[in-house]
Design a protein around this ligand. Structure first.
Ligand SMILES: [Zn+2]
Ligand SMILES: [Zn+2]
Length: 224
């Protein structure tokens, strides 16, 4: 029997390895990593994209308004009248002005079409922060996490391969044991129930496999 010992790791504990993000300039895979400077006691974080060669720290990001800080997360998660399917949509936008005028979705079960019209009603579908499941952004620059994938139930995302391996070991384990008492900060204990449910194990493992492939795929540099 596969056993997983949950030591109560937090999201922050995975930021010691580079966090993979979507470059807001060229949309390719980029990294946010810790940089230790000899003359400064504080560790600073650096964004770096190998595809478009942009590199800067958080101060430079703020001074030069590089990329977005606070994006809008639009999420639609509505049960269809057929009661067996859902209308599901989740996407982040940098500014209100680029919100789509409407979003057309099909029920995942009966395929019936539904049009969601105003971006303002869409805004009411923001991911509730109190859920404790962080939204898919890096904690330093606010850029979208590269390792994000969609399932029927919602998004699965991790900072990097280190966290992905941890999540995979947890999901594949038949027996999960906890060695700590403070549940509030541990990321595994705060994952949504659908990720932890044994019923969804196969589907979640498939999603993890997709993320593994994304993490290891080497991007071809295009001459744009
Ligand atoms: Zn780039
Ligand atoms: Zn339906």
């Amino acid at each position: 029997m596969k056993r997983f010992i949950d030591e109560g790791k937090t999201w922050d504990s995975f930021t010691h390895a580079p966090v993979l993000v979507v470059c807001p300039f060229c949309q390719n895979k980029a990294q946010v990593f810790q940089q230790e400077l000899l003359d400064q006691p504080k560790k600073s974080h650096v964004f770096s994209c190998l595809s478009c060669c942009k590199t800067f720290d958080q101060d430079q990001q703020q001074q030069n308004n590089l990329g977005y800080f606070d994006e809008i997360n639009v999420e639609i998660n509505q049960t269809c009248t057929c009661k067996r399917g859902k209308y599901y949509f989740s996407q982040s936008y940098a500014r209100p002005s680029i919100l789509p005028p409407f979003i057309k979705l099909n029920c995942t079960f009966c395929q019936k079409e539904q049009v969601y019209n105003s971006p303002y009603t869409l805004l009411t579908y923001k991911i509730p922060r109190k859920s404790g499941f962080k939204i898919n952004k890096d904690p330093f620059f606010g850029y979208r996490l590269y390792l994000t994938t969609e399932t029927r139930h919602g998004l699965i995302f991790v900072y990097n391969m280190v966290q992905l391996n941890d999540l995979k070991a947890y999901i594949s384990a038949e027996l999960r044991q906890r060695t700590y008492t403070n549940k509030n900060k541990a990321y595994l204990s705060r994952l949504p129930a659908w990720i932890k449910s044994a019923r969804n194990r196969k589907e979640i493992l498939k999603a993890i496999l997709r993320l593994e492939q994304m993490a290891t795929t080497i991007q071809l540099l295009t001459n744009k």
